[in-house]
Write a protein that binds this ligand. Structure first.
Ligand code: SF4
Ligand code: SF4
Ligand code: SF4
Ligand code: FES
Length: 947
């Protein structure tokens, strides 16, 4: 696609239900009431000039360039702030208007550096365009008067510059920061000639509240706010629409290119998940794709203490296949397996599980969803009949009450958080259930009605207490329950939750949440109108993760908050394609589309198409693979795009398991921590280098389009295909679209999906089939997928991980906005400026008791291990609770987490670890040794002369 500027209609669309007709320049036009004249004209192709208006923010009416004349009205009103009216006759091009517009432009240009030819925005500047549009030929005021041309540039942000000399004070940036992003980091300081844009309290962008989302840069009509990459590389020449590879929001972007070089990622207005907004990761943090540490050639070694040896692709693939065959011959068919990646495409994930099932002949395939949202799959399938969130993101615009449980959307799902904040500013009420005082609890113009700061590990007790209030105070939606749910299951559940031991008063002490707050929150949720629940890993990563998911589903069913816009149960997915990885059959007990491997009819359909017998016994989950390795039964593993060593709990145990295996194959972009234990390294391709699809948290399938040639030589699905062929199982795909065609043939919920349809529609939310040819935005309308909704008993069982005198504090973990997961990609971008290291948040009381001051090194110890990091003293955490992130390999937070896991799915209990914190002098001994081990393990042998 050549670079085409997206159409800007000047002001946002009106939501008016009635239409009005008017004429503009003699053209008859009909638009919804409330539409601005500017938008009505532009929709009709009448190019009224404008500068301060843009269709992503509300009109402000400051530049006076969009003036029009209206028959019967005096003066020349701004068309951006004047709504249409029935019968109105508008003129946009009269001698008077032309003269006025030229004068406005003369004033702007007389205070503007005339460096257009050398300006980075030359050819992409609305001021330049408008000067042309109004026919400006001369500046009568000259350039000698007072001006702002000597204003100092702010280069503090790593990704964009602010050059106030070029600012026309149109406030588009200020409005974008307020309305689109909801951060309120910018203001217009001063008045009249003195007025200027300011970040925070006259701070630099970096020091201010700015979260680097880029909305202001995108809104700026001049080169005042410019991406540094555009200044360095030049204005892009063509663009390709693709999908962000970071979080589960699934923002659509235009990758704007010069030749094969990526210049910038611009959020796509037509993206149905993001509607033109972005966060710092998707917008700016793509530099890892060309980072010098990226490995581009395959490598092998016999022992993990040897240096790596670069080899050809043929040798690497043949070696891997022969090792897997050797291991199966020696230890049996079940001694090998694979791990799919939630960072890879649906097609790539589908192929890895196909390779394991059809080429290796077992079901030993698992995915990183094991350690995040596997309880969502189990819990929602049991209660509703399908393993996915119920709504689209747009649904939040209809919510009256928003409940956020165990999630931190402003850091983990920032673009959706901006939508949520917008709705909250419009008046929706907010309940936050989280041990930490997350940003949403109090952020500009948003304050939670209730924050229930529960102790880690008590989710089920609190959720059941909410249900107790709903049942005992008689605010159940009886009609919904009667018509939509299993009555026996409801009766049993209602009797259970009504028991005195489930009352808010009974659990007040163990949960740390006041009974009054629980009662108030329950009443608000049940009676406040459309109520929607959004939850994250703070719900799932517990020994009762699945129970908590079912408790959430119970609440939604009991109050009738399911099956229409504005309500629902919405898991916020961590990685970009967690939903897709689960859909594609990445679990050891399920074929694609969540069909159990013991389902003869489903299995035989796959056997027929794949021409291979399939095992009817479930295979091993990741923790079982690790245990089996230590027992000497599991010896070979193919890991695509997953750093298990850093992301899974109890690092020592994971390391020992890998060390016990005979062939560990890591298929990734960089030498990860897991690669320290690998025998084969297969270089992977980035999302910029491949075709395929991702499925976001709304079940939205979107195309990932190749914008550059894979620097490693192949798309990831091609590498899996080469391995399958070398193992003797033939695959012949020539394009990722053929894999999707096969997925559609085999998976009823994907039956109507194809690359062609995705191209035409932009995206599709599954189920997409004959009944819903264009997909399903909201699920369970009129009936649940399983027929009747099923209430489940949710008895609270305290975790076995107990605090005591040795380990008196509870550690919980999470992530920060600038980083993604274990940081493999984001650590290799300029985002490190916001997160140089993992730190331990500790309450002032706990810090004082231990003699710890802000910034001190502390030792964080659990029953499993210890690590050292710096302390950050804050009241964000309650006394008795500490918190850290897991983004840095140097910290290896998972050294301290335990192997306790969810009873149903084995999802690890990351969110509850009993720990002690004590002063320390710096990194622990093992951290220093580990550094040396990593360096040793990453050695690459010098090529032998003559080879
Ligand atoms: S980058 Fe985003 S947060 Fe920062 S000032 Fe601009 S709009 Fe506001
Ligand atoms: S920085 Fe750009 S968007 Fe903001 S006021 Fe100046 S010209 Fe307008
Ligand atoms: S990381 Fe998530 S919120 Fe940010 S741009 Fe990517 S998909 Fe959107
Ligand atoms: S565009 Fe209408 S006043 Fe600026």
């Amino acid at each position: 696609m050549t670079l085409v500027a997206e159409q800007d209609l000047g002001t946002p669309p009106s939501k008016g239900e009635h239409h009005v007709s008017l004429t503009i320049d003699g053209v008859a036009i009909t638009v919804p009431e409330g539409t601005s004249i500017l938008r009505a004209a532009r929709e009709a192709g009448i190019g009224v000039p404008k500068l301060c208006a843009t269709d992503s923010v509300q009109a402000f009416g400051s530049c006076r360039l969009c003036l029009v004349e209206i028959e019967g009205r005096a003066g020349t009103p701004a068309s951006c702030t004047t709504p249409v009216a029935a019968g109105m006759k508008v003129r946009t091009q009269t001698p008077l208007l032309k003269e006025l517009r030229r004068e406005v432009m003369e004033l702007y240009i007389s205070d503007h550096p005339l460096d257009c030819l050398t300006c980075a925005a030359n050819g992409d500047c609305e001021l330049q365009d408008m000067a042309g549009a109004v026919g400006l030929r001369d500046v009568r005021y000259g350039y000698a008067g007072d001006n702002h041309l000597a204003a100092v540039k702010d280069e503090s942000n790593p990704y964009f510059t602010f050059d106030p000399a070029k600012c026309i004070v149109c406030s588009r940036c200020v409005r974008a920061c307020e309305e689109t992003q909801g951060t309120f980091a910018l203001t217009i300081e001063g008045r009249g000639f003195e007025s200027k844009v300011s970040a925070g309290m006259s701070e630099s962008f970096l020091e201010s509240e700015c979260v680097s989302c880029g909305a202001c840069v995108q809104a700026c009509p001049t080169a005042t706010l410019s991406e540094k990459s555009v200044i360095e590389i030049g204005v892009p020449e063509h663009s390709v629409v693709t999908t962000c590879a970071y979080c589960g929001v699934g923002c659509a972007f235009k990758a704007e290119m010069r030749g094969e070089e990526l210049v910038r990622m611009v959020p796509h207005k037509d993206g149905k998940a993001n509607h033109g907004h972005s966060c710092v990761k998707g917008r700016f943090a793509w530099g890892y794709a060309t980072h010098r540490e990226r490995v581009l050639e395959p490598m092998i070694r016999t022992q993990i203490d040897e240096p790596w040896r670069k080899v050809s692709w043929d040798e690497a693939i043949a070696h891997t296949a022969s090792e897997f065959k050797r291991i199966q011959a020696k230890y049996g068919r079940l001694a090998v397996g694979g791990v799919t990646s939630s960072r890879c495409t649906n097609e790539e994930t589908f192929l890895v599980q196909k390779l394991v099932r059809a080429a290796l002949g077992n079901n030993n395939v698992d995915t990183c969803a094991r350690v995040c949202h596997s309880p969502t799959g189990y819990g929602l399938k049991t209660t509703f009949g399908t393993s996915a969130g119920t709504q689209d993101f747009d649904s939040v615009e209809h919510a009256d009450v928003i409940v956020v449980i165990g999630a931190n959307p402003t850091d983990g799902h920032p673009v959706f958080a901006s939508r949520m904040k917008k709705r909250l500013r419009e008046g929706a009420r907010l309940i936050v259930i989280d041990p930490r005082r997350i940003d949403l609890v109090r952020t500009p113009h948003v304050e939670a009605d209730y924050h229930l700061p529960l102790l880690p590990g008590t989710n089920v007790a609190v959720l059941t207490a909410l249900a107790h209030v709903i049942v005992t105070e008689g605010v159940v939606d009886k009609e919904f329950v009667r018509t939509r749910c299993e009555s026996d299951a409801f009766d049993a559940w209602a009797s259970f939750v009504a028991l005195p031991q489930n009352s808010p008063e009974a659990i007040e002490e163990l949960s740390g949440v006041s009974a009054a707050a629980i009662r108030g929150a329950a009443r608000l949720y049940a009676t406040g109108g459309n109520a929607a629940i959004y939850y994250g890993l703070g719900v799932t990563e517990h020994s009762q993760g699945t129970t908590a998911v079912m408790a959430i589903a119970n609440l939604a069913m009991a109050t009738g908050n399911i099956g229409r816009p504005g309500v629902g149960v919405n898991p916020l997915r961590g990685q970009n394609n967690v939903q897709g990885a689960c859909d594609m059959g990445s679990f050891p007990h399920e074929l694609p589309g969540y069909r159990h491997v013991s389902d003869d009819a489903a299995r035989s359909m796959f056997e027929t198409l794949w021409k291979a017998p399939l095992d009817h016994e479930p295979g091993l989950r990741i923790p079982n693979m690790l245990d089996a390795a230590l027992d000497g039964h599991f010896m070979g593993i193919y890991i695509q795009g997953e750093d298990i060593l850093q992301s899974d709990p109890n690092t020592k145990h994971v390391a020992a398991a890998f060390a016990a295996m005979e062939c560990v194959v890591v298929h990734d972009l960089f030498l990860t921590e897991t690669a320290n234990y690998a025998h084969v390294f297969l270089p992977g391709s980035t999302f910029l280098e491949k075709n395929g699809t991702f499925t976001n948290a709304e079940r939205r399938i979107q195309l990932v389009r190749k914008v550059m040639t894979p620097r490693n030589g192949f798309e990831d699905w091609q590498i899996t295909q080469m391995l399958a062929n070398a193992l003797g199982y033939k695959m012949h795909y020539t394009h990722a679209r053929e894999i999707m065609d096969e997925i559609a043939r085999l998976t009823p919920t994907f039956a109507g999906v194809s690359f062609e349809k995705l191209d035409a529609l932009g995206s599709i939310q599954w189920p997409c089939n004959q009944a819903a040819p264009e997909g399903t935005p909201v699920m369970h309308e009129g009936g649940f997928v399983r027929g009747k909704g099923r209430f489940m008993i949710t008895e609270y069982v305290p975790t076995d991980e107990k605090v005591g005198p040795r380990f008196p504090l509870l550690l919980t973990t999470g992530r920060v906005l600038s980083q993604y997961n274990v940081g493999i990609q984001t650590r290799r971008t300029l985002n490190t400026i916001w997160h140089e290291e993992d730190v331990l948040e500790i309450h002032p009381h706990d810090a004082e008791q231990r003699g710890v001051k802000d910034g001190d090194w502390v030792k964080l110890a659990s029953r499993e291990g210890d690590t050292s990091l710096r302390a950050a003293i804050t009241e964000r955490v309650a006394p008795g609770v500490v918190y850290t992130t897991f983004h840095r390999a140097e910290t290896q937070t998972n050294v301290v987490t335990t192997e306790f896991s969810d009873w149903a799915t084995n999802c690890p209990e990351y969110k509850v670890t009993a720990v002690q914190v004590s002063p320390s002098n710096g990194p622990s001994e093992w951290q220093q040794d580990y550094d040396a081990l990593s360096r040793r393990s990453r050695r690459i042998a010098e090529p032998v002369p003559g080879e």
